[in-house]
Design a protein around this ligand. Structure first.
Ligand SMILES: Nc1ncnc2c1ncn2[C@@H]1O[C@H](COP(=O)(O)OP(=O)(O)OP(=O)(O)O)[C@@H](O)[C@H]1O
Length: 267
């Protein structure tokens, strides 16, 4: 449920180019404290570029206009001095390869993350419960490549949640998971985020996921956000030609629904 709180995050008039091609064109949207917002759109819409700009990464796209407000602090996308990711934002990439050191065992990486976040390398009860509900009971002495991509993605989610960020950005969080496990993992993430007042920004191709979890949704195509509003209204009555096209092709077969009891550990 959307609240009337002041926005936690505001992206205003963001434009960016790769070489001479405009890949982000005057984008604006916001996320309230504790809210879940989805950004949906087809391949090449500019979703990953948007996230890269938000995380302060200026390659391959370089922003030439716009600002980002987070927790009351403004960062100009064009400022050369302010490229660092704002503190309080965590990011789980679509490709888990980008989140782990391939040469270090997973239990070592988890302990390092826990130490940074909590000051202790041992699991406490709530960390263990989070791990269990993500279907991750033991790392053994595995290296990242010995785990499935789905398990790696869930571990990154666990590490990100453990940090209790104010905003967690998820890039295609279900891309490495089958639909039943995705449903369970996303419910765990949503429950934990609500308990801890963590806002979520989910970038996805999956309109069913947006319909199930996001209070507000932005529809993106060709570098523009063509619609942004309450998810249910936007999916019931899209205003633009692209919104209508996207909604008419949504896949409601994806089982992101209440009541799934499949164990994520059974992957
Ligand atoms: N390294 C690059 N060099 C040139 N053009 C690029 C590069 N990366 C992205 N682009 C272009 O920028 C535009 C936006 O791409 P982007 O990857 O952000 O889209 P996306 O919505 O994330 O797509 P997908 O869902 O397929 O990941 C596209 O036109 C793409 O061709």
């Amino acid at each position: 449920m959307r609240t009337d709180n002041k926005a936690l995050l505001k992206v205003e008039n963001l434009s960016a180019r790769i070489d001479r091609q405009v890949v982000l064109d005057n984008l604006s949207f916001e996320v309230d404290q504790g809210e879940c917002v989805a950004v949906v759109g087809g391949s090449g819409a500019g979703k990953s570029t948007l996230l890269r700009c938000m995380m302060g990464l200026t390659r391959p796209a370089s922003p030439y206009r716009g600002s980002l407000w987070f927790g009351g602090t403004e960062r100009c996308f064009t400022s050369k001095k302010q490229h660092a990711r704002p503190e309080g934002i965590a990011f789980v990439p679509q490709n888990p390869d980008h989140g782990f050191d391939p040469l270090k065992r997973l239990n070592w990486q988890w302990r390092q993350a826990a130490r940074i976040v909590t000051g202790s390398s041992a699991f406490n009860a709530s960390q263990q419960a989070l791990m269990d509900s993500l279907g991750l009971r033991s790392f053994g002495s595995s290296f990242p490549h010995q785990w499935s991509r789905g398990m790696q993605q869930r571990l990154l989610l666990g590490i990100a949640l453990l940090g209790k960020p104010r905003l967690l950005i998820l890039d295609e969080p279900t891309s490495a998971l089958d639909s039943l496990i995705a449903a369970q993992v996303l419910r765990t993430v949503m429950t934990y985020a609500q308990e801890q007042d963590i806002a979520l920004l989910i970038v996805t191709h999956d309109l069913a996921l947006a319909a199930r979890f996001a209070t507000r949704t932005a529809i993106m195509t060709a570098g523009q956000i063509v619609e942004f509003g309450e998810t249910s209204k936007l999916l019931d009555e899209p205003n633009t030609a692209y919104g209508k096209l996207l909604v008419s092709h949504r896949n409601w077969e994806v089982a992101v629904s209440h009541g799934d009891t499949v164990s994520a550990a059974a992957e």
